[in-house]
Design a binder for this molecule. Structure first.
Ligand SMILES: Nc1nc2c([nH]c(=O)n2[C@H]2C[C@H](O)[C@@H](COP(=O)(O)OP(=O)(O)OP(=O)(O)O)O2)c(=O)[nH]1
Length: 166
């Protein structure tokens, strides 16, 4: 099973509410889709350390005080394929810059392009961006790669205490 992270940096967008920092992914799993910065854990790293590192590497932002917002499990043909630790934070320093992996963009939370994201994201990301915590299981069918499989079922539990996922 692959262990991964996602980080959703937030800022006050004034009258229009909050903005979230999204990336357009330039390569790998989910290429061409929007997501948060994130990726696979390296050995010896905690999920939170991974989320901080991936955000720095992909978009050049320094994030601190990460809050654990979700614990997602993606199953492919009945087998656990990927686990994803989801964080949000308002402690963000620097200006986002593009990398080989990611094209970053501050997007109003009300305008998140769910039609250009993984099929399951509209089920859990709005709640995460509003401050809720979620544990979710998402079933895909049709073989590798995961981003070409069909999303067939899900199960979500909200407001679950998650600790801080160090
Ligand atoms: N929003 C969202 N993200 C997902 C879903 N499924 C899934 O694996 N992800 C995330 C977990 C990871 O952060 C990211 C894929 O991992 P990655 O960035 O390491 O993949 P990659 O193939 O580019 O690997 P690498 O070369 O960067 O190591 O996508 C999903 O259904 N929704």
């Amino acid at each position: 099973m692959i262990e991964t992270t996602l980080c959703f940096p937030l800022r006050d967008g004034g009258d229009d509410g909050d903005d979230v920092l999204l990336i357009e992914k330039r390569r790998g799993l989910g290429e061409g889709w929007y997501n948060g910065p994130g990726g696979k854990l390296e050995s010896g790293e905690t999920p939170q350390e991974c989320a901080v590192r991936e955000t720095r590497e992909e978009v050049g932002l320094e994030v601190r005080d990460l809050e654990k917002a979700g614990e997602l499990t993606f199953l492919l043909d009945g087998e656990e394929h990927t686990r994803c630790h989801v964080y949000r934070t308002r402690s963000v320093t620097g200006e986002p810059s593009a990398s080989a992996e990611a094209d970053p963009e501050w997007v109003p939370v009300d305008d998140v392009p769910y039609d250009r994201m993984w099929d399951d994201d509209h089920l859990w990301l709005p709640g995460v961006l509003e401050g809720a915590t979620v544990v979710g299981e998402f079933r895909f069918e049709g073989g590798e790669p995961l981003d070409e499989a069909e999303f067939v079922a899900h199960d979500l539990e909200w407001d679950v205490p998650l600790g801080n996922g160090s």
